[in-house]
Design a protein around this ligand. Structure first.
Ligand SMILES: C[S@@+](CC[C@H](N)C(=O)[O-])C[C@H]1O[C@@H](n2cnc3c(N)ncnc32)[C@H](O)[C@@H]1O
Length: 273
């Protein structure tokens, strides 16, 4: 019988076994690789936030799929005082409540149609909403739309939304626990919920597999041979992480698009006067 992806079961098991960057990142690549992977993500995030005037101490921030709290820590260091985190797993919420007692964490599914009524949120609307590597883990299209609907309802009129995914151009990337939708489909669903993309920036070229490829065969070859080969070499040498970090740092400065992970920066569509 075909195994069906159960997000709560899948993520609870993964994070209970390994509550670290390897648990939320590329588990089989090991700690060293994930350290470089996340270092690159932080670097790009710093570049992005420097482009916007964000009054960190006074904004209300919502981190969807907060996982092990990597981004919670970044926002805390930037002076954020009002932060809410949502995650589908009990372990993430338990750990982050202990680590950050001044912030507000809730075990919840962002795809729930009754999310806002069910949660007794301290804040009802947010100035910065982030969903880092979370929305592609919603493989059901109706649930994906519910998630976008919730994000739209929770965002303040002049708020910003940061989302990371692959945003492929020709072929969605689909595996057991992931569905990376086409950029044009993202634009359409966001627009249906009165959200527009104002910027899109590359995060990785190499640290995360370049999978925006139009051929299914090539996608499979890439994933099964190239990517697993890279994992093998990294585990043996621990050199791939730092080398790819240097290359990604250069490539993300040189190019505006990547075939791998990107970040979209969105905002609610301006209402006509
Ligand atoms: C790949 S991890 C990313 C974690 C974190 N954002 C990061 O980048 O380190 C995906 C996270 O999303 C959470 N998640 C998956 N599906 C979710 C859903 N439907 N609602 C809320 N959280 C979800 C998982 O429990 C996990 O913590």
């Amino acid at each position: 019988m075909k195994k069906v992806y159960n997000p709560k079961g899948y993520w609870s098991k993964r994070l209970e076994e390994n509550f670290s960057l390897s648990g939320v990142g590329f588990t089989s690549f090991g700690r060293n690789y994930n350290k470089w992977l996340y270092r690159m993500r932080k670097k790009v995030l710093e570049r992005v936030v420097s482009r916007y005037k964000i009054d960190f101490p006074n904004i209300r921030t919502l981190d969807i799929g907060c996982g092990t709290g990597f981004y919670v820590d970044i926002w805390r260091q930037k002076g954020v005082r009002y932060l809410t985190g949502i995650d589908i797993t009990a372990i993430s919420i338990k750990e982050l409540n202990v680590k950050y007692p001044n912030f507000d964490f809730h075990e919840a599914d962002i795809t729930s149609p009754t999310l806002i009524q069910d949660l007794n949120l301290r804040e009802k609307s947010f100035d910065l909403i982030t969903a880092f590597d979370v929305l592609f883990h919603i493989v059901d299209d109706n649930k994906f739309e519910e998630a976008i609907k919730n994000i739209s309802k929770l965002c303040s009129q002049d708020g910003l939304i940061f989302i990371t995914d692959i945003f492929p151009h020709k072929r969605p990337y689909i595996i057991f626990h992931q569905k990376s939708r086409l950029l044009k489909d993202y634009i359409q669903i966001l627009s249906k919920n009165s959200i527009e993309i104002i910027d899109r920036v590359p995060i990785h070229y190499l640290l995360s597999a370049p999978l925006d490829i139009s051929s299914k065969l090539l996608q499979d070859v890439f994933l099964n041979y190239y990517w697993s080969g890279i994992g093998l070499i990294e585990r043996k040498t621990k050199l791939i992480g730092p080398i790819f970090f240097i290359l990604d740092s250069i490539l993300t400065r040189l190019f505006k698009e990547s075939p791998s992970t990107e970040m979209i920066i969105c905002k609610p569509e301006s209402k006509p006067l």
